[in-house]
Design a protein around this ligand. Sequence first.
Ligand SMILES: [Zn+2]
Length: 122
Amino acid sequence: MEDDVRIQKAKSVLLAKKSELNSRQVSRDDIAIERNAEVLDEIQQHADRTLALDTLTRRFRTAALVAEALDRVDDGSYGTCANCEEPIPEKRLDAIPWAKYCIACQEIADKSEGDIDLREAA
Ligand SMILES: [Zn+2]
């Protein structure tokens, strides 16, 4: 019962995040390449562009995680670590409702750049 409430709450947070991520358009200026003779400006622009692409990449990743989390809400596995199948601590889900792994498995995933099969790595 209490779990249900929590999962419904998580679901609404996830749906809100999903529409937020979908609605935010990438501004053309974010990735535009402007010609400029000044070398320093070019370096700055390159840095800006890299940052913009970084932000984009992160946004796509989060969007993918949010979508996966919503799938897990639907199939009833939400809140369970996708690797070790232990429950993900409530505090972690409060902070990151789309968390896919428990903290220990997340650390392994971070070290291995995320998407490798953790079962084989372990
Ligand atoms: Zn785990």
